[in-house]
Design a protein around this ligand. Structure first.
Ligand SMILES: Nc1ncnc2c1ncn2[C@@H]1O[C@H](COP(=O)(O)OP(=O)(O)O)[C@@H](O)[C@H]1O
Ligand SMILES: [Mg+2]
Length: 229
């Protein structure tokens, strides 16, 4: 379970500080599929960055299965990101010189795992996101939606317990966004991992177990923990 306790994050912008998150209390259950919605600037990315260990709050604590993410040192944070966390970005962040299969295999290869097992797991995931016919393609030969589905497969290869996605369909046309959405829906249905998606898409929110709405850095609805539906 993930627990946020009175999390506050401020940014200093010249004279006036911006409060990106203010006293946020939240609990997220294992395998829950949560959509985080709210206008631009409401604090969605800040929340995801804190949960990803990419940023630290000014106040408050984040506990992951009782382990304090917010008091972890650099070495522990690196270990956390490598083993427990998957991250999907708006702009895919795939390596252009590698083909799809190589991109998906890379995180596990960096851990020095068995090559045959890695390939098998990667091919399974690529099939599940509907890219079995694209495994040898280079990144620039893919549509935006295919790139994002490859990025999702890559984010799942090490079996993370938490998958964070920051506006994963923000840069896609409707058809591509729909395919990416189906991939997330499949992840939620399979209960592969806890899934937190910051999104403007009402279609993604409709598929989530719970919708958390942020406004001006505060949770205005969805604060109550949901059991998996
Ligand atoms: N690095 C930063 N420096 C200064 N202000 C920031 C920074 N990152 C975010 N902010 C501010 O914090 C608020 C929340 O931003 P963000 O979490 O990116 O919102 P969202 O993802 O919902 O659009 C906004 O007012 C934004 O301008
Ligand atoms: Mg954002």
């Amino acid at each position: 379970m993930i627990e946020l306790r009175r999390i506050t994050r401020r940014y200093r912008q010249g004279e006036s500080p911006v409060v990106a998150l203010s006293n946020v209390d939240l609990q997220i259950q294992d395998k829950e599929f949560v959509a985080v919605v709210g206008e631009s600037g409401s604090g969605k990315s800040t929340l995801l960055h804190l949960l990803g260990g990419l940023d630290k709050p000014d106040d408050g604590e984040i506990l992951i299965d009782g382990w304090s993410l917010t008091s972890a040192n650099e070495r522990e944070l690196t270990q956390y990101r490598r083993t427990r966390l998957g991250f999907v970005f708006q702009f895919f962040n795939l390596l252009p010189t590698l083909n799809v299969l190589e991109n998906v295999c890379l995180p596990l290869q960096l851990q020095g795992r068995n090559e045959k097992e890695i390939r098998q797991r990667a091919l399974e995931l690529l099939e599940m996101v509907g890219l079995q016919h694209r495994v040898r393609h280079l990144v620039h030969q893919l549509s935006g939606g295919e790139m994002q589905r490859a990025a999702i497969a890559r984010a799942l290869i090490h079996r993370p317990s938490l998958l964070l996605a920051d506006e994963p369909t923000g840069n896609l046309d409707t058809e591509n966004a729909n395919r990416v959405m189906e991939a997330f829906q499949w992840i939620g249905e399979q209960g592969l991992t806890t899934l937190l998606i910051a999104t403007h898409s009402s279609a993604i929110a409709a598929r989530a177990h719970r919708v958390i709405r942020l406004a001006n850095g505060a949770v205005v609805s969805g604060v109550r923990g949901g059991a998996r539906s």
